[in-house]
Design a protein around this ligand. Structure first.
Ligand code: NDP
Length: 293
């Protein structure tokens, strides 16, 4: 491959953990001049051999490029790494996983120091970087000007989805999707526990489970439409009264299989509470409102 580094804007990357290293390689492969810094210098050696410039401090790394990408462990490490570093005139893109509140505070902190700020939530694992067909992407929020100006460079490692000027929104989207994922993992743990002691091959069971979850996942569109309209009875296929009536079957089956209901019972309790205050003809959307404090 012929590299045309002159045409590509320089990138500085702070943080060479598993994710930072994977991101770094994609910018190098795409021909961006890349400056890297990592607290533990040894982790930069392989990238130096691949063409990255290694800075001996975060400050000199930041001085090397107008676009600074940060991918550190958590918000505290970002504060530590950039403490006292001159950010004036820089475009700071923070891909470190944080809470929405930390992202908003970090945006204000960066803007006070004269930087444009974009926060990112990475929806990918390191091997997906630089592999567009793997479907990984980053949620971005914060400065739209920065996003538009740097879009091409940001799109090198992973896809890009801008979700708003509120710097907390990327983290919020990230955490919302991952929270749903953990709910799914909880459900699959319960399902596997139910069959665990039987003569049922988990490997044969897995595709049934995966296909069912994929089919049921489409239900989120109906939930979203109901949340938008406020009519929780719109387009209901399986009504709440019927579903609540079915929950003793699930609990009795768990009991019969010697499986703790601790992962599914809280959700059943919320369904019951919603039935007490909502309509029989709704489906499960009302549970969303019960979660709001
Ligand atoms: P790693 O644990 O592999 O690397 C952590 C990085 O943070 C290292 O570069 C480490 O430096 C640095 N670091 C930690 N504390 C400090 C500090 N106090 N000051 C300066 N540097 C510090 O993590 P990943 O690379 O996997 O993850 C980085 C970010 O990406 C995280 O926020 C993570 O949530 C996010 N992410 C990761 C994914 C993954 O699958 N890996 C997926 C999606 C998001 P040192 O080498 O010196 O220890």
């Amino acid at each position: 491959m012929t590299r045309n580094t002159a045409a590509k804007p320089p990138v500085t990357l702070l943080g060479l953990g598993a994710m930072g290293t994977a991101l770094a390689r994609t910018w190098l492969a795409a021909g961006h001049p890349l400056t890297v810094w990592n607290r533990t210098a040894a982790r930069a050696e392989a990238l130096a051999a691949e063409g990255a410039k290694v800075a001996d401090s975060a400050a000199s790394a930041v001085a090397a490029s107008a676009l600074i990408v940060v991918c550190l462990l958590d918000d505290d490490s970002v504060g530590e790494a950039l403490d006292g570093v001159d950010l004036a005139g820089r475009d700071l893109v923070n891909l470190t996983t944080t809470t929405p509140a930390q992202a908003r505070a970090r945006a204000a902190w960066a803007e006070e120091r004269g930087a444009r700020y974009l926060d990112g939530g990475i929806m990918a694992v390191p091997p997906m970087a630089g592999v567009p067909e793997a479907g990984g992407y980053v949620f971005y929020s914060g400065s739209r000007e920065l996003f538009e100006a740097r879009r091409e460079a940001l799109a090198v490692p992973l896809g890009t989805k801008y979700v708003g000027a509120d710097a907390g929104f990327a983290a919020l989207h990230d955490v919302a999707l991952l929270s749903a994922m953990y709910g799914m993992f909880a459900g699959t743990a319960h399902a596997f526990a139910l069959i665990r002691r039987e003569d049922i091959d988990p490997v044969a069971f897995a595709p049934l489970l995966a296909d069912w979850l994929a089919a049921m996942a489409q239900g989120v569109h109906g939930t979203a439409a109901q949340l938008r309209s406020g009519d929780y009875s719109e387009g209901v296929v399986s009504n709440l009264a019927m579903q609540v009536a079915g929950t003793p079957t699930f609990l009795a089956t768990a009991e019969g299989q010697g499986v703790s209901p601790e992962l599914i019972r809280p959700y059943f309790e919320l369904m019951r509470r919603r039935l007490d205050v909502g309509s029989d003809e709704e489906d499960l959307t009302g549970v969303v409102d019960l979660l709001l404090r």
